[in-house]
Design a protein around this ligand. Structure first.
Ligand code: TNX
Length: 536
């Protein structure tokens, strides 16, 4: 009898557990309600506030793809069972949403596009990942909003170039995980990946390299695949991607990296370099810093060029922020250059660091002409800069404290653990990566507001965080997937969920039961050994 009762208890515990759905990133609150479940079937209609018309179509397509149910988009008066997309000022916080599931309807409510998109992601996680005629969803109330205002993922399309379809797929990954920003790294030493009309040689010359390194950049001797490699996104393709991202509430921040990381630029236009007689060549190897990456030279032609290309970029991308790089600009070249030295003197700059700041200030000015603000890698604060510039910190916590004390708003992208080009295991047979060890657990447990910043009461300076995906060792989209999953899922929870909702074991459990099926549904790859490789 006792055994029987225990068994019964066990069964009912399992049932109770099965009733509480799992959503990732973990929502602020999710409560099972009294009342009948909602039956989703072919008769259910989507009814949306006109403000959310595009999201209604997006939801319709997503449900069809996921479950095979093709729902109609109906009118308010229709009495049938409904999924309503309601615009309401009652859900006040940006990007916040509510989901209310009752017997006759599902109500998704939000004040803005991002909020409704977020509500849709939560709803989609309540539906099965398989074709079905009907789905029963328990009566439920979800109230949810993000912890951080900036939640980004970056992708380097220079070291390796990925097709537009994959960029859209990557945006879908971001949408699912409730990120709001895609940082698109479009130029570097190894290529220029965006169509430019003002300086066409950026594409005809700068978008192509003669060969590509095989193996690790530290290998000796270096080996190369001697095949012309490259390409660029046309403006038409970029507009298509922006429109795709807009519907999904994702802002795209484009980056043109200056004044370093400019080999592609100076190969196309040697007159912008400190050594115009040199035949630079678009870089075929990685790890260029301080070795061969050369930098832009401060002359009137260069500044005219910068104004034109950043204006072209701003005309294409609606984002309020534009990223101008600013990282790893070796001072070596300016030290050796008579032109740079004369410029430093003539403009009363202190030294080469002052010149770096001058470049950032000039481009900030050009972008201000288009009403845009600037983001740069943390090296931009080497000199004295207008603090309306946002610092993207890829350094450690101390750098964040420095930036916060100087008055900058900060986006945290620390190499350890938010660089996804680093290893996620110590298995010598693991697929080639740059160096470093950023296993899933370390990514999950990282706290984006450093203790030092908190102590100085400067936490409000941390806008949020972002993981970076440098693709030196990711030649194919399947490799990108392998490097980002499941680490992207971990970052999403840190940036979205309230700290007290975080629990690593529970997270791993959700990844295994809910999220890996989603990677499979996307036909993506992922790193499977994430439980074995723990934080040091
Ligand atoms: C440094 S972090 C870079 C990138 C490389 C990366 C490799 C940063 C802003 N610049 O150009 O791809 O290291 O981890």
């Amino acid at each position: 009898m006792r055994k029987f009762l225990l068994g019964l208890l066990f069964v009912s515990m399992i049932q109770a557990k099965a009733q509480t759905p799992m959503i990732t990133p973990a929502p602020v609150s999710m409560q099972i309600q009294n009342g009948q479940a909602f039956e989703l079937n072919q008769q259910t209609q989507i009814v949306a506030d006109p403000f959310f018309a595009a999201q209604a179509s997006y939801l319709q397509a997503a449900i069809q793809e996921q479950t095979g149910l093709s729902l109609k988009i109906g009118k308010k008066s229709s009495p049938a069972s409904q999924i309503q997309l309601v615009k309401t000022a009652a859900v006040a916080q940006p990007e916040a949403y509510q989901v209310q599931i009752a017997q006759n309807n599902i109500v998704l409510s939000a004040a803005d596009i991002r909020g409704i998109v977020n509500s849709i992601q939560s709803l989609l996680q309540l539906l099965p990942l398989q074709k079905t005629a009907t789905v029963s969803i328990p009566a439920l109330k979800i109230t949810d909003y993000p912890r951080f205002a900036y939640r980004g993922m970056h992708l380097d399309v220079v070291r390796h170039f990925f097709p537009v379809d994959y960029i859209k797929k990557y945006i879908d990954y971001l949408t699912f995980h409730k990120f709001n920003t895609f940082h698109w790294h479009l130029t570097d030493d190894q290529g220029w990946r965006i169509e430019m009309h003002s300086y066409p040689k950026l594409n005809s010359i700068g978008s192509w390299r003669d060969s590509t390194l095989i193996g690790h950049f530290k290998d000796t001797p270096a080996r190369y695949e001697r095949v012309r490699y490259g390409g660029y996104y046309t403006k038409k393709e970029i507009k298509e991607v922006i429109a795709y991202a807009n519907i999904r509430g994702i802002t795209i921040i484009p980056e043109i990296d200056i004044p370093g990381h400019s080999r592609a630029t100076i190969t196309a236009y040697p007159e912008f370099s400190t050594d115009p007689n040199n035949k630079w060549g678009v870089a075929a190897t990685w790890g260029m810093y301080n070795r061969q990456n050369n930098v832009l030279s401060p002359n009137p032609k260069t500044f005219a060029f910068l104004r034109a290309v950043f204006h072209e970029l701003a005309d294409l991308f609606p984002s309020p922020y534009i990223h101008l790089g600013g990282d790893e600009c070796s001072k070596l070249w300016w030290k050796q250059s008579a032109e740079a030295q004369a410029f430093i003197k003539a403009n009363n700059l202190k030294d080469e660091f002052g010149l770096q700041t001058y470049f950032i200030q000039q481009v900030s000015k050009y972008l201000a002409e288009k009403g845009r603000k600037v983001i740069g890698w943390h090296e931009i604060m080497e000199g004295k800069l207008d603090t309306s510039t946002i610092v993207m910190n890829w350094g450690n916590d101390a750098k964040a404290v420095e930036a916060a004390e100087k008055g900058y708003a900060i986006i945290m992208t620390p190499g350890k653990p938010y660089y996804f080009d680093h290893y996620q295991s110590k298995d010598p047979k693991d697929s080639l990566a740059i160096h470093g060890y950023n296993p899933l657990e370390a990514v999950y447990l990282y706290e984006p507001v450093p203790a030092g910043v908190r102590k100085k009461s400067l936490s409000a300076k941390i806008m949020g965080g972002q993981a970076n995906v440098w693709t030196e060792y990711m030649g194919y989209t399947t490799k990108v997937d392998y490097m980002v999953f499941p680490r992207m899922t971990a970052v999403s929870e840190t940036l979205w969920s309230q700290p007290e909702k975080k629990n690593y074991n529970d997270f791993v459990n959700r990844v295994k039961t809910n999220i890996i099926p989603r990677y499979q549904y996307w036909n993506s790859s992922w790193f499977p050994d994430f439980e074995k490789w723990r934080k040091e």
